[in-house]
Structures are given as structure tokens and as C-alpha cells.
Design a protein around this ligand. Structure first.
Ligand code: BEZ
Ligand code: FE
Length: 289
């Protein structure tokens, strides 16, 4: 096209795409460029603002390493990661939530009733419940992975002072669908805010905090894999999660207990616990495949 204008540039772009373009790529690109061009027209983007945007991307590239992907973080704090997650999650069952960058493969097995707390300081939390299908029937053959922060708000792979795989486990859930383990209360933490994403957060008066949470990946034959996280109802950052991961159905009660006699049977720690301790009852509902 020779006479490109503000009005027809989007059409011109699509006209340049060849017949052989994959149909899905064609559709996604068309929508992307349409919204991008509409955005620039709507806000009357200045050269200065456009340059700043590109500088932000350049800085994100500069600070990114195999361990730190600033582009993923940008997607997280813009709500895009959570939106993609919600678009693709099952309609029924426990809602999914963001995976985050701190999951690692190979966590050790923990039997039902096992102790994840080990030598970690912090009050004991006993977490238990049932993995069910959408009819409420316990699923046999479910497994999950759990990972969480230590008392200092860091995951084991962020903190050389923690033993490898600290506060991480893989569990084969009982044939009755029940799971149970003891751990510590995870701590809230901030997403990295010393880079361009941090600049964006600070410039808009936003907090870099994530409310404390336990991450889970729950799998079972014949069911959709659930990647999710659960949050305590009294966390101060529940209403301003920097990455938009909180859903009502993922908020649980930490019930404070002062009597060790209330500890459920089948826990490796027995009733050897300092008080107060906390109990969490959370069922996972998996959607069919
Ligand atoms: C996390 O929950 O581990 C996480 C998610 C998104 C960004 C940073 C951390
Ligand atoms: Fe996390």
C-alpha cells in the first residue's frame, strides 16, 4: 500500500501477511495489531511515551537472566498472566492460579501425614483435606506437589541458607482422596522491584507484595491438572496481590489451636507441637479431563 494513513495502517499490516500464514497466527496477530494501533490512536501516543515504552522493554531484557525473567514479571503485574490463566482454566472445580517462577522439579516424596516443617522456625500449620471430583467423590490416585516460602519470605531456590528442597514435597494422596501434612505458615513476600517492573509499580503507587500462599500442582488420572495456590484469610495483602492471583475460593481459614490434643491422628509429628498451632482444612476439586 502506498497511501498509508492513520486510518488504514491496520488493514495495510494485515494485507502484508501472506496467504500461507497459519490461520490461528493470522487471527491472533490481526487482533493484536488492531488493539495496538487503536491504543496508540486513542491515547495519541507521543514520541516520548513510545520511546519510554521501548526503553522499558530494553531494560527488561538487560536485567533478565535464566533465573530472572523480567518479561514474565511484567506480564504478571499487568494482570496478563492471571488473565491467560483464568481464560484457560476449567469452568468447574477449584480455581487455578499463577504457577510463578519458583517451582522446581524433583521435590522429595512426603507420605500422607508427613512433616514438611522439619527445622524451620515459625508456628506449625497442619494442612489437610480431600482431593475430589466435581461430583464430590474422593479421587483415588491423586498426587500433588507443594512449595512455599520459609519464615523469611524466600523460596529455597532463592536462599542459599536453606537446605535444597526446603518446604517442597511431592505427595501421593491416599486412596480415600485424603491428604495431610504439617508445615509452617508461609510468609508474604515482594516480587522483585529493583528493575523496570519495580519502576512501573513505584510510579503507579503500587505495592510489590504478594499475600502469603501455599502453591499446589494437583494431578489425577482422568482429571485436568490443577495449578493453584491457597491464601490465609487474615493476610494483609489479600486485597492487593501484585500479580492478581487471589480468588475467593482459594482463601482459607487458619484456625488457631492451643490444645495439642486436637491434632489429628496420623501425623508424623504426633502431638509434639508448640502452641498456638494452626489447622487448615482445604479440599481440592478437580475438573474432568
Ligand atoms: C509466586 O507466587 O511464586 C510468584 C508469582 C508471580 C511472580 C512472582 C512470584
Ligand atoms: Fe509464590
Amino acid at each position: 500500500m502506498r497511501s498509508v494513513s492513520k486510518e488504514n495502517i491496520t488493514k495495510a499490516f494485515m494485507g502484508y501477511c501472506g496467504e500461507e500464514t497459519d490461520p490461528r497466527l493470522h487471527f491472533v496477530l490481526e487482533k493484536l495489531v488492531t488493539h495496538l494501533h487503536d491504543f496508540a490512536r486513542e491515547v495519541e501516543l507521543t514520541h516520548e511515551e513510545w520511546r519510554k515504552g521501548l526503553e522499558l522493554l530494553l531494560k527488561a531484557g538487560d536485567i533478565s537472566t535464566p533465573e530472572r525473567n523480567e518479561f514474565v514479571l511484567m506480564s504478571d503485574v499487568l494482570g496478563l498472566s492471571s488473565l491467560v490463566d483464568m481464560i484457560n482454566s476449567a469452568e468447574e472445580g477449584t480455581p487455578s492460579s499463577v504457577l510463578g517462577p519458583f517451582h522446581i522439579l524433583g521435590a522429595p516424596d512426603l507420605p500422607v501425614g508427613g512433616d514438611l516443617k522439619q527445622d524451620n522456625e515459625s508456628p506449625t500449620v497442619i494442612v489437610g483435606g480431600t482431593v475430589k471430583d466435581s461430583q464430590g467423590i474422593p479421587i483415588s490416585g491423586a498426587e500433588f506437589e507443594i512449595w512455599q516460602t520459609a519464615e523469611n519470605g524466600l523460596y529455597s531456590n532463592q536462599d542459599t541458607a536453606q537446605p535444597d528442597y526446603n518446604l517442597r514435597a511431592h505427595m501421593k494422596v491416599g486412596s480415600d482422596g485424603k491428604y495431610l501434612f504439617s508445615t509452617i505458615r508461609p510468609a508474604p513476600y515482594t516480587v522483585p522491584d529493583d528493575g523496570p517492573v519495580g519502576e512501573l509499580l513505584h510510579a503507579t503507587g503500587r505495592e510489590p507484595w504478594r499475600p502469603s500462599h501455599l502453591h499446589f500442582i494437583v494431578t489425577a488420572p482422568g482429571h485436568r491438572t490443577l495449578v493453584t495456590e491457597v491464601f490465609p484469610s487474615d493476610d494483609p495483602y489479600l486485597n492487593q496481590d501484585a500479580v492478581f492471583g487471589v480468588r475467593d475460593a482459594l482463601v482459607m481459614q487458619y484456625q488457631e489451636k492451643t490444645d495439642p490434643a486436637e491434632i489429628p491422628p496420623g501425623l508424623a509429628i504426633g502431638n509434639d507441637v508448640t502452641v498456638p498451632y494452626y489447622m487448615v482444612d482445604f479440599d481440592f476439586v478437580l475438573a474432568p479431563e
